[in-house]
Design a protein. Structure first.
Lengths: 240, 139
């Protein structure tokens, strides 16, 4: 084959590879996610006050489907999560630097806690105690993704607020009891956290960027029912 | 041409064979390692993103990852040994006849030997050996 033809073939193949790579990169980065409400204070604000408020949230189903729906309630909408022996969560990709904008806040209300057996925390079975009426995740992605770090804030009926649970199967996950008990059952509770300080406290190092937040209400392991409501999720703002 | 294998020693220790052995080994191991690493991270990374929630990753991905790591840790030394042996055989098929050619030419030049140079059936350089033998016979 003549050298000129070889050069043409090599150039052509190189051009095809470059175009394919650019298309693939465009596909990766253009997720087509709808924009979120611009927060008055920070990066993003999720109010769930319109029927399409769940657009842009992705659902991950693990064991049956939890019903996540936007409800209208006395002039202000909210996200309702109803789990009938099910476990699925919803996530939203939102990036911000917690060093610059460390605060996040949300409101949650527990309507019904999952039914745990008495003395569940003396049981060595991690699986069975892993049901919470309300969970709020702050995800710090890493490469590869299975090395991600996560702060998971939960509302637990039994454990006192401030308790931190480690997961032996996943050391990069810290479960923090942000709200506790059933005395506030049926009431909206406002939670505000400094994720930068929480990360430093529980992981012993400074965090990278937050990549996503997520919500889950589950009752599959206890084979019971749980229900919670969420609203006014605001992420990435400065402490007053 | 010799049909039977007269050279039992695969590793001759010549600089040429060492270089060839390293090249063949590297040519097999380096691309395979790159591809394997890319696949390893692509698969587990994609799976983890799909699972997303740490509890799901902990229950579904991490046990598989740990098991795969154990299998890889056991398999890699065995695979490397096999590749090394194949590389040794391939380098021997090239370095061996070159070594024999050089050695026998030396003996012919020194007058210690007259006959044609022999090469094994599976060795390289049959054509070269044949031409050298013609040259020797012309003398």
């Amino acid at each position: 084959m003549k050298i000129k033809h070889q050069k043409i073939i090599v150039t052509g193949l190189t051009a095809v590879v470059i175009v394919c790579a650019l298309l693939f990169a465009a596909f990766l980065f253009n997720s087509g996610r709808p924009p979120y409400d611009k927060s008055l204070r920070g990066v993003a604000w999720f109010r769930f006050n319109q029927q399409d408020s769940l657009d842009g949230w992705e659902e991950k189903i693990f064991n049956g489907r939890v019903l996540y729906s936007v409800k209208d309630g006395s002039g202000k909408g909210y996200l309702n999560a109803y789990s009938q022996q099910a476990a699925s969560g919803i996530l939203r990709w939102v990036k911000f630097n917690p060093k610059k904008h460390p605060m996040i806040s949300w409101k949650w209300k527990v309507v019904r806690f999952p039914d745990r057996k008495p003395g569940i925390f003396t049981d060595s079975s991690w699986v069975e105690k892993d049901d919470y009426a309300a969970r709020f995740y702050v995800i710090f992605p890493r490469f590869p993704f299975f090395r991600l770090e996560c702060l998971e804030y939960v509302w637990d009926k039994d454990l006192p607020a401030g308790t931190v649970l480690d997961n032996a199967n996943f050391p990069n996950l810290k479960i923090i009891v942000a709200s506790s008990g059933d005395k506030d059952l049926g009431k909206w509770i406002n939670v505000e956290r400094n994720v930068f300080e929480d990360f430093r406290k529980y992981f012993g190092k400074s965090p990278g960027d937050v990549g996503a937040i997520a919500i889950m209400t589950d009752a599959d392991n206890t084979a019971s029912t749980a229900e919670a409501q969420y609203n006014d999720i605001e992420v990435g703002y400065d402490k007053k | 041409m010799i049909k039977n294998d007269l050279r039992k020693k695969k590793y001759l220790g010549t600089a040429f064979q060492k270089k060839l052995l390293f090249l063949v080994f590297a040519a097999a191991v380096i691309p395979a390692t790159v591809v394997a690493l890319c696949l390893y991270y692509l698969i587990f990374n994609t799976l983890s993103i799909q699972m997303f929630f740490p509890e799901a990753i902990a229950v579904n991905v991490m046990p598989v990852l740990n098991r795969v790591n154990i299998i890889i840790a056991i398999a890699i030394p065995i695979i490397l040994l096999i590749i090394w042996l194949i590389a040794l055989e391939l380098s021997h098929r090239i370095a061996g006849p070159l070594y024999r050619l050089e050695k026998e030419l030396g003996e012919i030049i020194a007058g210690n030997k007259q006959g044609p140079i022999m090469v094994r059936r599976k060795d390289e350089f049959h054509s070269l050996a044949a031409k050298i033998n013609k040259l020797i016979l012309k003398r």
